[in-house]
Design a protein around this ligand. Structure first.
Ligand code: ADP
Ligand code: MG
Length: 258
């Protein structure tokens, strides 16, 4: 049974989707079988992995709301080991459509049970809110990876996220752990970034990952070509940093098993 990692931070634009795509690709390049699940109606993860939003015939919406098995929804990507469950704009309505459904927080977990055995890692990208879709991701996950952008208001909303994690643990998923916090769009030349990094280290202590993702224009360009960074420009700093992140997470997993 694969490890399921939810990528969450209800702030928008902090690098969740970039991390889902590129961590997924870097793990796949390390010979892991990886499934990326796009739970955001904006479907940026879907298009960033090469499937145009308008070409999606069936998405995670069809499984969550219409009970279609995930098996028929999984798509290939440019990397053999990397598969995708796409999103589409129907997901916007899912939040309302699921309101009356009993145990609606557990739908993704139940769906994934049938396919997770084929993968070493399932990575779930979440929307920028703490809605029922994000809850489904956190309930299905073994651990959560929190990308934080190194800027002045970096910690804003983090206490809400931590409260949500506690609520998920007490009500739905007692085993949910924090895999770590990864700093994104880091610019080591600025005092602000270094100051924010020091503050975050204090706040999260042992949960800060060593790998830091730098601000790198190639990372911002890659999605418009529908390619993960390791295919778009393997020599970029961005590619190097996501390869390092995958390595750190693989070591982490080895330690927690052995
Ligand atoms: N390390 C980075 N360097 C440069 N641009 C980045 C980096 N990470 C993300 N971006 C860009 O910042 C924007 C927001 O990132 P995204 O991953 O979509 O955040 P989220 O999913 O949290 O909303 C996107 O345009 C993305 O291409
Ligand atoms: Mg996103």
């Amino acid at each position: 049974m694969g490890k399921t990692i939810a990528i969450a931070n209800q702030k928008g634009g902090v690098g969740k989707t970039t991390t889902a795509i590129n961590l997924g690709a870097a793990l796949a390049a390390a010979d892991m079988k990886v499934l990326v699940v796009d739970m955001d109606a904006q479907a940026n993860c879907t298009s960033g992995l090469g499937t145009s939003k308008d070409c999606v015939q069936k998405s995670i919406y069809h499984s969550l709301v219409l009970d279609e098995p995930l098996k028929g929804i999984i798509l290939d990507t440019d990397l053999e080991n990397l598969k995708l469950i796409p999103a589409d704009k129907n997901l916007t309505g899912a939040v309302v459509e699921l309101i009356e459904v009993p145990e609606r927080e557990f739908i993704l977990k139940r769906l994934l049970c049938h396919v997770a055995g084929q993968f070493d890692f399932v990575i779930v990208d979440t929307p920028p809110s703490l809605n029922v879709l994000t809850l489904n991701a956190l309930v299905a996950a073994d651990s959560v990876l929190i990308p934080i952008q190194c800027e002045y208001f970096a910690l804003e909303g983090v206490t809400d996220l931590l409260e949500t994690l506690n609520r998920v643990r007490s009500n739905y998923n007692p085993d949910l752990s924090i895999l770590g916090v990864v700093l994104t769009m880091f610019d080591e030349r600025t005092n602000l970034a270094n100051q924010v990094r020091a503050d975050l280290k204090n706040f999260f202590s042992g949960k800060m990952l060593n790998t830091v993702i730098p601000r790198n224009v190639r990372l911002a360009e890659a999605p418009s070509f529908g390619k993960p960074i390791i295919i778009y420009d393997i020599r970029s700093k961005g590619a190097e940093s996501y390869v390092n992140l995958a390595r750190e997470i693989l070591n982490h997993e080895k330690e927690s098993v052995g």
